[in-house]
Design a protein around this ligand. Structure first.
Ligand code: 5GP
Length: 125
């Protein structure tokens, strides 16, 4: 069983196809470590998805198996994207779903970046 508790990485997942340019997206940012684009079904005025360039199924997979350089590069990219979008003053929320109970739909690790209005409670209910 892989460390992340999910099936092996599926190179046909939707974000892998976006990374390869096979499916269009509204791109926000790209560097050696990260790629960011607007969510197709935004849950806030700003809803950006940030994915690592490498093939990682989930946060569990990424945090356990990515190199230090990839992890640092990815985290710095998330911060830079938020800053460059002008989100620091009013604030923003980061969220990463991991596995079944979180409702993770796409098995390529991604961070959601939400902003643009007060975002309410972290977890409904
Ligand atoms: P998860 O539930 O895996 O954390 O989030 C997956 C996100 O990917 C959802 O917010 C969904 O709207 C978004 N998404 C799914 N398919 C596509 C797509 O083809 N393009 C874009 N831009 N976002 C997508």
């Amino acid at each position: 069983m892989p460390v992340h508790g999910l099936p092996p990485y599926d190179p046909q997942n939707i974000f892998a196809r976006i990374l390869r340019g096979e499916i269009p997206c509204k791109k926000v940012f790209e560097d050696d470590f990260a790629f960011a684009f607007h969510d197709i079904n935004p849950q806030a005025p700003t809803h950006v998805l940030v994915v690592p360039k490498g093939a990682y199924c989930s946060f569990a997979d990424f945090s356990a198996t990515a190199s230090e350089v990839e992890i640092a590069g990815f985290i710095r990219a998330v911060g830079k994207i938020a800053k460059d979008l002008g989100l620091e003053a009013a604030g923003y929320r980061l969220l990463a779903n991991m596995g079944e109970h979180s409702g993770q739909e796409v098995p390529h690790f991604h961070v959601h970046l939400f902003a643009g209005r007060p975002l309410g409670r972290m977890i409904p209910g």
